[in-house]
Design a protein around this ligand. Structure first.
Ligand SMILES: [Zn+2]
Length: 258
């Protein structure tokens, strides 16, 4: 009885998106999961390698599942998994979408720590997967994902005014993505920065401050989108100080499509 009680207190019921699923030996798998209540976790699962097994479909990559996770002394184990919905459609996705989603997963693994409330990054990622599935432009989804993930990871972009003179707007302003500061034309100085037109800065401010689901609802010209997307990418790369190979694949696929 005592043993059972102790075991129950080590159990967590949560939901999570399966980011990775790798074989460990013949029968077991190691999952990387973005869970709602415990951040990104590496979890073992026994006997989910066969398509017929009960946990098989609920532990495929890009499947959002209800999970029962047991916390052992040195590791986590998924006891039971049930599909809520799946974004795992390898046949239906092109290289660009596959690479982009892999990049999102890598970013999440880099930015979301273990054992933290991860509702915000999880909802953001689920929303992005829904929008990509619905056919929204990958560049828009990528840009908003990068900006919002940075903001909820503690790297809120400082976009309110020029750090030197306090100007709110200018024909062009410069975002110094490594220092996270904004400067107007008059106060421009050397440094790693991205130019932002009035439209690009307005969109950037909107994405940062909008309600989560409304952050994708803005329209800008192709040039403005290009400026904003370059800025968003440089910013998240500077903040995470990481080179993502999946991002290289995304750019290769995007170059082939254009
Ligand atoms: Zn200034």
């Amino acid at each position: 009885m005592r043993t059972k009680k102790r075991r129950n207190t080590m159990k967590t019921e949560t939901e999570g998106l399966i980011l990775m699923n790798r074989a460990v030996g013949d029968k077991n798998r190691l999952l990387t999961i973005l869970t709602r209540d415990c951040g990104v976790l590496g979890c073992f699962i026994r006997g989910a390698s066969r398509p017929g097994s009960s946990n098989f479909s609920a532990t495929q990559p890009l499947t959002y599942s209800r999970l029962s996770i047991f916390r052992g002394r040195n590791s986590y184990t998924v006891d039971e998994a049930k599909v809520i919905c799946t974004f795992f459609e390898p046949g239906a996705m092109d290289m660009l979408h596959l690479a982009l989603i892999q990049y999102f997963c890598e970013l999440v693994m880099k930015t979301v720590p273990e054992n933290t409330d991860a509702s915000q990054p999880l909802d953001l990622l689920l929303n992005c997967l829904h929008l990509l599935k619905k056919g929204r432009p990958p560049l828009l989804v990528k840009t908003v994902f990068e900006i919002r993930l940075a903001a909820i990871s503690g790297w809120m972009p400082h976009l309110l005014y020029c750090e030197h003179c306090g100007a709110y707007e200018d024909e062009t302003m410069y975002f110094y993505y490594q220092e996270n500061v904004l400067r107007c034309q008059k106060c421009y100085r050397e440094g790693s920065c991205c130019p932002l037109s009035k439209g690009a800065l307005t969109a950037f401010r909107y994405v940062v401050s909008a309600e989560p689901k409304k952050a994708f609802s803005f329209q800008v010209s192709e040039d403005t989108m290009r400026q904003l997307s370059e800025c968003a990418e440089r910013y998240i790369l500077a903040m995470t100080a990481t080179h993502f190979h999946t991002l290289d694949y995304y750019h290769q696929a995007a170059a082939l499509e254009s």
